[in-house]
Design a binder for this molecule. Structure first.
Ligand SMILES: Cc1cc2nc3c(=O)[nH]c(=O)nc-3n(C[C@H](O)[C@H](O)[C@H](O)COP(=O)(O)O)c2cc1C
Length: 249
């Protein structure tokens, strides 16, 4: 497929209401836009199951050399009861997808982090992949569960030594007084485990999200984008049937 020309326009605008020239400065990006013209997505292009469709798009992104093709924005939210009712304020951050199959999409983190606390409170998440080289995004939503300690251990042992020290030294998302304190903790671990075989903290591990909904988005000219949503029918994870609908852009 042809990767579209990425022409970003940034024009000095006339205010459409007053006719005055507007400054198009860093704080006003209303005039910044480009066309999305890399490709198209039709029902005939779609795989019958969304996992296969996801594989095709991820493989294309990886094969193109896209940076961080496996990075996904992961949204979670804790449920809290306030005087004015139930609240679930979302928070979002990038994590790396590490493996996926019929059982779900897996990433690794610190269970004590903000995302960990939010998943404990509300075990659902939404993940978003954006491959700008292809003008494509995929949104995936579903319930989340922890991986088993054995699965987490397996991946922990695969990580580079520095990453293992870092995971053991950091209580992710907790406040710390200085970087020096963090570096001292790493130095101590390096002293105690000079061969790099630092134990995996119990609180470091993986999560699996089991998708119940996917949306595949392909940017198109004039903002008439193609969008298809798969919703899982029934409760079974494996061999589930999916309802596929085209959504308005
Ligand atoms: C490219 C990229 C990849 C990242 N991968 C991970 C990851 O796989 N796991 C992780 O816990 N944090 C990862 N992070 C850091 C998170 O974005 C985030 O700062 C951290 O998980 C704490 O988030 P929280 O406080 O919302 O829990 C990554 C950040 C970037 C920019």
């Amino acid at each position: 497929m042809v990767i579209g020309k990425r022409t970003v326009t940034q024009v000095k605008r006339d205010d459409p209401l007053t006719g005055h020239k507007d400054q198009n400065d860093r704080e006003d990006q209303r005039g910044t836009r480009r066309e999305y013209a890399s490709g198209s997505l039709t029902r005939a292009d779609l795989a019958s199951d969304p996992l296969s469709q996801f594989r095709v798009w991820l493989d294309a992104a990886i094969a193109s050399g896209a940076t961080d093709a496996t990075a996904m924005a992961l949204a979670t939210s804790a449920i809290s009861e306030t005087a004015s009712g139930i609240r679930a304020i979302p928070s979002v951050r990038i994590v790396l997808l590490k493996h996926f199959d019929d059982d779900g999409f897996c990433w690794y983190t610190d269970y004590r982090s903000q995302k960990g606390a939010e998943i404990t409170s509300n075990p659902f998440a939404s993940a978003l992949f954006y491959w700008h080289e292809f003008e494509r995004q995929v949104r995936i939503t579903g319930p989340v569960e922890e991986l088993t300690p054995t699965e987490s251990q397996r991946y922990f042992l695969e990580r580079p030594t520095e990453s293992r020290y870092a995971a053991a030294a950091s209580e992710q998302s907790a406040i710390i007084d200085s970087r020096a304190t963090l570096e001292q903790r790493v130095a101590k671990l390096q002293q105690n485990y000079p061969d790099g075989r630092v134990p995996r903290p119990d609180q470091w591990g993986g999560y699996r999200m089991q998708p119940v909904e996917y949306e595949f988005w392909q940017g198109r000219e004039g903002r008439l984008h193609d969008r298809f949503r798969y919703i899982r029918r029934g409760r079974s994870r494996r061999g589930a049937g999916w309802t596929v609908d085209r959504l308005q852009p």
